[in-house]
Design a protein around this ligand. Structure first.
Ligand SMILES: C=CC1=C(C)c2cc3[nH]c(cc4nc(cc5[nH]c(cc1n2)c(C)c5CCC(=O)O)C(CCC(=O)O)=C4C)c(C)c3C=C
Ligand SMILES: [Fe+2]
Ligand SMILES: [Fe+2]
Length: 347
């Protein structure tokens, strides 16, 4: 009898890396399709009845926003396309190489392409024994991680054979994740003298925290100063935790850094302080050289390169600041690839 080839005999583990998603091109039509899918997700816009939500967003909000967003995407676009996509594909390829042939690594996006459905289909075709899903969001939010988890479960629940499946729901305190950010920060700090460090996270509505808070534990105060069993999945507490760990790695004292939140949408209260308001007060306080980290994102994207790297820099300089520098995201840095592979192996 012929012995089976290793590829068919070995039990292989499927790995699904997922990021948020980006338009297929920076043209208004593709940006509109992307925003329509994104902003009609009830985990993102969670406070409107369906009869209002869909007509309002598909008929008014998205058509008005798409041409403006498209202009910003045109600034972001590169020869390789959207950074969120090509960094994700680079990461997939390098993590596959690091893990070896016992694993099959796929990459998908929650919105638009490559879809989660397509990525899961690749794993099904490879007849993997079980699937480990890693949403590429260090801090858990129902609007990002939760939405990816819901989508994966929706798709896999329809399969005739449902494999064992596990989710890495957050990695805000993962030592390899923290060490890579620290190394990237040290690289920038060796090039310039900074007065202050800002950790600017993607914001979410305060309501999103309250809805997921066990026994109303989170009150937007000192409750988030430690990460404990009551706030393990509180986005705000995780953002503070990541910041504390990176600050410790960089040797910063609490007065040398600030945690803030960006990218708010709509009129409801979002997590505070807002980065764009905070940074305008820095120069008057004598803070003229700022190093900015964006630790909610593992890959560069519109929110890092354009919002933090360009828009905030411009605002800071207009307010009298001298030097504003964004620390690049982890992208597919070798140390980050190793950290992802280690998280998968441990799972
Ligand atoms: C860190 C994870 C993210 C959370 C949490 C999140 C929540 C959230 N976002 C919006 C609205 C928008 N976000 C947009 C872009 C965007 N958001 C994330 C990540 C999280 N969002 C990423 C990685 C990106 C960049 C994608 C890219 O293509 O580079 C946008 C689109 C851009 C624009 O038109 O401004 C919107 C809109 C809400 C409402 C929300 C929580 C409720
Ligand atoms: Fe967002
Ligand atoms: Fe809290």
């Amino acid at each position: 009898m012929n012995s089976p080839t290793p590829a068919t005999s070995a039990r292989r583990i499927g790995v699904l890396l997922v990021n948020l998603g980006t338009p297929d091109s920076p043209q208004t039509g593709d940006v509109r399709r992307y925003l329509n899918e994104f902003l009609t997700d009830v985990r993102v816009i969670d406070n409107l009845p369906a009869v209002v939500h869909y007509p309002l967003f598909q008929g008014i909000v998205v058509p008005l926003r798409a041409p403006k967003s498209a202009k910003i995407y045109q600034q972001l676009w590169t020869e390789r396309g959207s950074p969120l996509l090509f960094h994700g594909l680079d990461l997939q390829q390098k993590v596959q190489a690091a893990l070896g042939p016992e694993y099959v690594v796929a990459f998908g996006m929650r919105y638009q392409n490559p879809s989660i459905a397509k990525a899961l289909e690749e794993l099904r075709e490879a007849a993997v024994d079980r699937i480990i899903v890693l949403p590429l969001f260090p801090q858990y939010a129902a609007a990002s991680t939760g939405s990816v988890q819901e989508k994966v479960m929706q798709i896999v629940s329809k399969w005739w054979i449902v494999p064992s499946i596990s989710f890495i729901s957050a990695f805000s305190d993962d030592p390899g994740f923290i060490a890579t950010i620290v190394a990237l920060g040290q690289r920038e700090m060796a090039r310039h003298q900074y007065d202050h460090v800002v950790f600017s996270y993607h914001g979410i509505p305060e309501r999103h925290i309250t809805k997921g808070s066990y026994h109303n534990y989170c009150q937007f105060g000192s409750c988030c100063d430690t990460l404990n069993e009551k706030n393990r999945y509180c986005y705000r507490a995780q953002c503070f935790d990541t910041s504390r760990r990176v600050a410790a790695g960089l040797g910063l004292s609490p007065d040398q850094y600030t945690v803030s939140f960006q990218s708010r949408l709509g009129r409801d209260p979002w997590l505070k302080p807002y980065t764009d308001i905070l940074l305008k007060d820095f120069p008057a306080k004598g803070i003229k050289n700022v190093l900015a980290f964006s630790p909610a994102f593992v890959a560069d994207c519109l929110e890092t390169t354009i919002e933090v790297g360009e828009e905030f820099k411009e605002m800071f300089e207009e307010a009298g600041g001298e030097h504003w520098q964004l620390v690049p995201s982890l992208n597919s840095e070798p140390q980050w690839v190793e950290a992802v592979a280690a998280m998968i192996r441990r799972n």
